[in-house]
Design a protein around this ligand. Structure first.
Ligand code: F6P
Length: 230
């Protein structure tokens, strides 16, 4: 059994001004989330290790142990590998900066970057509506297939295709992991892991500072949602 955590990066400077795309750094609130995320993940990892250890009958039931004893006894389980994947954009990499590199194997992967919005990069939705009204309408009419015009512009379908190797790797690996990514990529990964309908997927709410914890089981995937409150 393993844990898969999926979240968006912490709030970025562009999230504050409502600009899409780009490569902005985290805002002060985003940096706070990044710190909280590292603490949260560590705590969940220890809890999970305790659960697994008592399940495996190798330790006493968790409730009989003092926190210190439990910690010590589960150290071996915690030392099992835990991978963090981020995209190669600043806001995603910065969200992983508070994790101890001795305890986590952090990898930055370009495939996890946010959708490329071509000529609309750096604009707000209001500005897109104003400067490119036709494009705005076309996207609203078919968000899944609409491809942003301009260099490198992508559609959801394009992002689904570039994520295929990541999804195969995620299926293949046995260790727990945390994926720190972006709105479109998160929607696609969750739709795959949670069987969301493809047509609804581009419209699903996936707010920032919310962590999805998934546990794949033989009968389906268990889901817990965690929200960061300051
Ligand atoms: O606003 C953040 C963001 O990740 C943008 O960079 C991206 O273009 C957008 O969300 C994607 O969301 P939607 O597909 O709903 O426009």
């Amino acid at each position: 059994e393993r844990q898969i955590f999926v979240t968006r990066h912490g709030e970025s400077e562009d999230n504050i001004t409502g600009r899409i795309g780009g490569d902005a750094p985290l805002s002060p609130a985003g940096r706070k989330f990044a710190k909280a995320l590292a603490k949260f993940t560590q705590a969940q990892r220890i809890k999970f290790a305790c659960e697994m250890a008592s399940k495996a009958n190798e330790l006493e039931p968790v409730e009989n142990q003092t926190p210190a004893k439990a910690l010590e006894k589960t150290a071996q389980f915690c030392s099992s590998q835990f991978t963090i994947w981020t995209s190669m954009l600043q806001r995603s990499m910065q969200t992983a900066e508070s994790f101890d590199p001795d305890d986590y194997d952090v990898k930055h992967i370009r495939f996890l970057n946010e959708i490329n919005s071509g000529i609309c990069e750096g604009l707000s939705y209001e500005e897109i509506q104003e400067k490119h009204p036709q494009e705005f309408k076309l996207r609203q009419a078919n968000k899944l297939f609409y491809r942003y015009p301009g260099m490198g512009g992508e559609s959801y379908i394009d992002v689904i295709h570039r994520l295929q190797p990541m999804i195969i790797e995620l299926e293949r690996m046995t260790q727990s992991c945390l994926i720190i990514t972006h709105r479109v990529v998160m929607r696609i990964l969750l739709s795959y892991l949670l069987d969301w309908k493809r047509d609804e997927m581009p419209h699903m709410m996936v707010p920032i500072h919310t962590v999805y914890e998934l546990r794949p089981k033989p009968y389906g995937t268990e889901l817990k949602k965690w929200q960061y409150v300051e």
